[in-house]
Design a protein around this ligand. Structure first.
Ligand SMILES: [Zn+2]
Ligand SMILES: [Zn+2]
Length: 215
């Protein structure tokens, strides 16, 4: 099954929004819907894909803003997946920490993520190809999505090219983030592409060698 990855850069914080799709079945998952859900939907329609699910790496508003809008644009509405601790964080702090942006409330969560969970692009039809790994420290309930078949991990704001996620917001924990990166990201195969929530892609091997915080 050939998997495709599409990256969009959207919203005032230049978020990377990713599509992961099976080009045969046309089943697609959208990871971290930032602002501009209409543009995200247009990318999906243009490819003839069916949006089955929306997966959230963590509860920060810039990664979740488009979820409610996307659910309205597709029938049946895509399922929303999120870690329970990330959902709790978003409900407690999402409105307060909006940095002045207009907020769209988070929709209901259908799939509760946990460490080691195996995910399919279409839970009703496909075999699982993605593993959920908990990577706490940037924000409570942060997870990454590792797809061995694509040779890629969607890492949210846990790690960036030569940088790491901020830990100064409520629930942030710097030592926990360093430990989680080492245990959950640096243990992936060296050539695994790291696809972060902001900025350029990297790889496990590159960050192990050059990341100034955790190498
Ligand atoms: Zn974040
Ligand atoms: Zn972010």
């Amino acid at each position: 099954m050939p998997v495709a990855i599409v990256q969009m850069v959207l919203g005032p914080l230049q978020n990377n929004v990713y599509l992961l799709a099976d080009e045969e079945s046309k089943d697609a998952v959208l990871i971290d819907p930032s602002f501009e859900p209409e543009r995200q939907a247009a990318e999906i329609w243009q490819r003839g894909w069916n949006l089955r699910q929306i997966w959230l790496t963590h509860g920060h508003f810039d990664h979740t803003q488009g979820a409610a809008g996307l659910r309205k644009l597709f029938t049946p509405a895509p399922l929303v997946g999120m870690h329970p601790e990330a959902q709790a964080w978003a409900l407690a702090y999402g409105e307060k920490l909006n940095f002045g942006y207009q907020m769209t409330p988070l929709p209901d969560v259908d799939i509760r993520f946990f460490h080691g969970q195996q995910l399919s692009l279409n839970p009703e039809a496909d075999a699982p190809i993605v593993e959920v790994r908990e990577v706490p420290g940037h924000s409570p309930g942060s997870v990454i999505f590792y797809c061995a078949q694509a040779g890629a991990a969607f890492v949210g704001d846990a790690i960036f090219r030569e940088s790491i996620g901020r830990t100064d917001l409520p629930g942030g924990d710097y030592p926990a983030l360093l430990a989680a990166i080492r245990a959950q990201i640096f243990t992936l195969p060296e050539d695994t592409m790291l696809l972060p929530g902001h900025g350029p892609a990297s790889s496990v091997g590159y960050e192990r060698a050059y990341n100034p915080y955790v190498s």
